[in-house]
Design a protein. Structure first.
Length: 317
């Protein structure tokens, strides 16, 4: 009982320290911007530490805004290179996790209703568990034909034409079979077809039903106490009134911007009204361009890190 009281007291102190962050509209810095699209900035501290963050707000129902993706095969491009090759879109942001050996996405990417990239859903065991495997369900944000956004945990298989998703988080499945097929989940009535025109994956989920519920332990994204580490962050979510929120938080910039933990990131999204949201790839990958202009300063000393996929918002011209 005493341990529970201490944990509750610590949580209350943490929440109280996290003051309401004030955001400033900075549309004037990124003109021209279409109706239904705005950019906000803050340098208010996070728990007393220096902070810089931006977020873009886009009206999902505005048919002059096109929500889409772009990805490469076997190579990576910087966000600026995507900006040039995709006819200079309104917004470019990094999204999926990836592996460097083959420059491959590890998460779902959907464009125009077609799956461009599949989830990597198997984690090899280590040490004494080298012959066991854990199969996880990565989260993704999707936008359907009616321009409704949704965050769900997804299953993909290159032998299937459909994405299957659940609104209820599933614990990792542990077995001795490396291949993870649809047969493993088809008996579960929580998975249904997820028909999305556009989708990007990442994880873990940060907000569910407007509440902070971080599913790191289920998605197995960050090990140990890494959930509390501060890093540059990229995240995406949506509000109840149909606004898509895309946020980047600068980090690893000593004395100017230290980054955010997953909990701090979730609090920022919650404060601006997101009902569902998820973390995307962060660290040196975090970058958001508005009309080709950088928002946060990328943390890699080389500048923008090349990535195999981006989320885009285009404005009809």
């Amino acid at each position: 009982m005493k341990k529970n009281i201490l944990l509750f007291t610590s949580l209350c102190i943490t929440l109280n320290l996290f003051a309401q962050v004030k955001w400033q509209n900075v549309d004037s810095l990124f003109q021209p911007l279409p109706q239904g699209f705005h950019v906000y900035y803050t340098n208010d501290s996070l728990d007393g530490k220096p902070n810089i963050a931006y977020y873009a707000e886009a009206d999902l129902k505005n048919k002059n805004l096109i929500f889409t993706t772009d990805t490469t095969k076997g190579r990576r491009l910087t966000p600026t290179q995507y900006f040039e090759r995709d006819n200079k879109p309104l917004l470019v942001i990094n999204c999926t996790f990836f592996e460097f050996a083959h420059n491959s996405n590890l998460n779902l990417v959907v464009k125009d209703g077609k799956i461009l990239s599949y989830n990597h859903q198997t984690i090899n065991g280590k040490g004494k568990d080298t012959l066991t495997y854990r199969h996880t369900f990565s989260s993704a944000l999707g936008i359907d034909k009616k321009r409704n956004a949704d965050v769900a945990w997804t299953f993909t298989d290159s032998s299937l034409n459909n994405i299957y998703a659940t609104q209820t988080i599933i614990q990792p499945i542990k077995d001795s079979v490396e291949d993870f097929s649809y047969n493993k989940i088809k008996l579960s009535n929580t998975f249904t077809k997820w028909d999305m025109q556009t989708a990007v994956g990442g994880g873990p989920v940060l907000l569910q039903n407007g509440e902070i519920k971080i599913t790191n332990n289920e998605e197995l994204k960050f090990t140990g106490k890494a959930i509390n580490d501060k890093h540059p962050r990229t995240c995406i979510g949506y509000t109840t009134d149909g606004k898509l929120i895309v946020m980047v938080i600068e980090g690893r910039n000593k004395g100017k911007a230290e980054g955010a933990t997953l909990v701090q990131q979730a609090k920022l999204l919650q404060q601006i009204g997101c009902v569902e949201a998820l973390n995307l790839d962060g660290g040196g990958s975090s970058c958001m361009l508005i009309n080709g202009k950088q928002t946060i300063k990328p943390s890699d000393k080389e500048g923008e890190r090349p990535v195999p996929a981006v989320f885009l918002i285009q404005a009809k011209k």
